[in-house]
Write a protein that binds this ligand. Structure first.
Ligand code: UGA
Length: 484
């Protein structure tokens, strides 16, 4: 039953969100912010208890304040009773995890059990929205399970796919300011209902907590309505393309090292071609996180099962796995013997602005350092607690300078922008040997050389300048390096 939001006068729908990971929490909170009545549930009762007490279990900019405000306003609630949550919603967003199985396939058992739950508990008609990332044709299976196990045959359970394109670290902003929203639907009623749910975001009519004064003047989101199969494929194809783009940039970076070119110069110029675009061309340690690596694997498996040889995707994955080997070669070349060296690590999260370390390159680098007998100290703004659970033998520091003290080498493993503005003169004075191996091309080689550091990164000669210091109008590298 639709109601009207008192504040905005807009349609207010009852929405249930199953799964309180980052996708579920961001989705639930943003839909409440957009004016709907949202209840979230999760099979981890401790997580629900924490959320009820106002503790957000992940670090995601803007999420905690928004969640607290909507919780206080009564628009967002949490329950560990999943059946109650299912009964409450006119639309149910499935946001459970689909982690990789050993063979690379996505584990869909959580989706299956939510489908059984919905089939059992639904007393009135519902739109079941697949938000979790799933291989194509999962929606068809979902429909089948809902149909077969439905308790009440007069209850209509419609299925739609609504893939998410949220990046950890900017997920709230991505939800409220998406470039596109995809509805995979097979009937008009589902499309109408999804349009109603997303209307405030499609029309950008909500109070934006990310940009309190005014939002950047970007275009309104594009709405793309497709079949369910296409929507599912769009998600995997998007993440896989991003992964291939990163691996491509990494291969160009390796080539730059061999021929004495500079990856930043090359990717900047190729990225100016609108057909290519400038983003996701940063060379370095490669892609990690819980999305790109697993989605690439699942997409490869889907292609295999469908009889399509997606060799280029397998290659992108292989290139990515090799990044850690190449990084370790750099460490070994610089340090010679790793054993007993004091190694400082700056950055643990799989990327900046998150505390997530799942499939983070840092984990494998640290594992190898420890295996070779190095003493490791580490600092990360957000991800130290989670890393300490995996590597208690690492010494975790309260601030980045502590990591540098008496270090034989400093490794940069996450692109936290704050690392750029550290007092590098101070750091130079603290280290046993002023050696930096930058896995994220965060610092400017020429500036580091000027400060007296031995500095290595990916795809850039020692004397290369930092493009970020160069105004876009400077037309050539000679002018830039003269002014750098
Ligand atoms: C990714 C996608 O970008 C989102 O669009 C998608 O919604 C999400 O997965 C998901 O499926 O839920 P995310 O995992 O948050 O988002 O991370 P990305 O920003 O894509 O970064 C992934 C990895 O690639 C990070 O380790 C990052 O450091 C690395 N990366 C990124 C590079 O090595 N080079 C680049 O140029 C960009």
């Amino acid at each position: 039953m639709e109601g009207l939001d008192n504040e905005t006068g807009r349609s207010k729908l009852r929405i249930s969100v199953i799964g309180c990971g980052y996708v579920g929490l961001v989705t639930g909170t943003c839909l409440a912010e957009a004016g709907h009545q949202v209840v979230c549930t999760d099979n981890d009762p401790q997580r629900i208890a924490a959320l009820k007490a106002g503790v957000v279990p992940i670090y995601e900019p803007h999420l905690d304040a928004m969640l607290a405000a909507n919780h206080r306003a009564g628009k967002l609630s949490f329950t560990s009773d999943a059946a109650e949550a299912v009964r409450a919603g006119e639309a149910i967003f499935i946001c459970v995890g689909t982690p990789p199985l050993e063979n690379g396939d996505a584990d869909l058992s959580a989706i299956d059990s939510v489908a059984h739950l919905i089939a059992n508990e639904a007393c009135d008609s519902k739109l079941v929205v697949e938000k979790s990332t799933v291989p194509a044709q999962t929606g068809q299976q979902l429909k089948r399970v809902l149909g077969v196990y439905r308790r009440n045959s007069s209850v209509e359970l419609r299925v739609a796919s609504n893939p998410e394109f949220l990046r950890e670290g900017t997920a709230v902003e991505d939800f409220l300011h998406p470039d596109r929203i995809v509805f995979g639907v097979e009937d008009e009623a589902s499309e109408r209902q999804l349009r109603e749910i997303y209307r405030p975001i499609l029309d950008r009519r909500y109070r934006c907590p990310v940009h309190p004064s005014s939002c950047p003047a970007t275009q309104l989101p594009m709405l793309v309505v497709t079949t369910i199969n296409s929507a599912e494929l769009i998600k995997h194809a998007s993440n896989s393309f991003l992964a291939m783009k990163i691996s491509y940039a990494n291969m160009i970076g390796d080539l730059c090292e061999k021929v004495g070119a500079d990856i930043r110069e090359v990717t900047r110029a190729i990225g100016l071609d609108p057909r290519i675009g400038p983003r996701f061309l940063d060379a370095g340690l490669g892609f990690g996180g819980f999305c790109l690596p697993k989605d690439v694997q699942a997409f490869i498996r889907l292609a295999e099962r469908s009889g399509v040889d997606f060799g280029m995707l397998k290659e992108a994955e292989r290139v990515n796995r090799r990044r850690i080997d190449l990084f370790f070669d750099k460490i070994r070349q610089a340090l010679w013997v790793v054993k007993d060296k004091q190694v400082g690590v700056l950055g643990l999260a799989f990327k900046a602005n998150t505390d997530d370390i799942r499939f983070a390159p840092s984990l494998e680098v640290i594992r190898r350092l420890l295996a070779e007998g190095a003493q490791v100290r580490a600092y990360d703004q957000e991800a130290m607690d989670k890393t300490a659970e995996k590597f208690p033998q690492v010494q975790y520091c309260r601030e980045p300078y502590e990591v540098a003290s008496n270090a034989d080498a400093l490794l940069i493993l996450t692109e936290w922008p704050e690392f750029r503005s550290l007092d590098w003169v101070r750091i130079h004075g603290m280290m046993s040997r002023p050696l930096i191996i930058d896995g994220r091309n965060l610092l400017a080689p020429s500036a580091m050389a000027e400060l007296g550091f031995e500095y290595y990164s990916f795809g850039r000669p020692m004397e290369s300048f930092d493009l970020q210091l160069v105004p876009p109008s400077i037309p050539n590298a000679f002018a830039a390096s003269a002014s750098a």
